[in-house]
Ligand binder design. Structure first.
Ligand SMILES: [Zn+2]
Length: 60
């Protein structure tokens, strides 16, 4: 259980919205942050693969 940021009442960890005031819960904010990190990791891996490709493809 976590405390709602808006009304201060207890909200289940896995519920997307506060059952008391209907505000977006901590769970959804956490999920959003994890999604952003995953997107960052995707671009980071793409960049690493690209630099590996360039390192082998370009004449030394
Ligand atoms: Zn609330």
């Amino acid at each position: 259980m976590v405390k709602c940021l808006y009304c201060g009442k207890e909200v289940p960890d896995d519920s997307a919205h506060c059952p008391h005031c209907g505000a977006v819960s901590h769970f959804q904010r956490k999920g959003y942050r994890a999604g952003a990190r995953r997107r960052f990791l995707f671009w980071f891996i793409l960049l690493v693969l690209f630099s590996f490709f360039m390192a082998f493809w370009l004449p030394r």
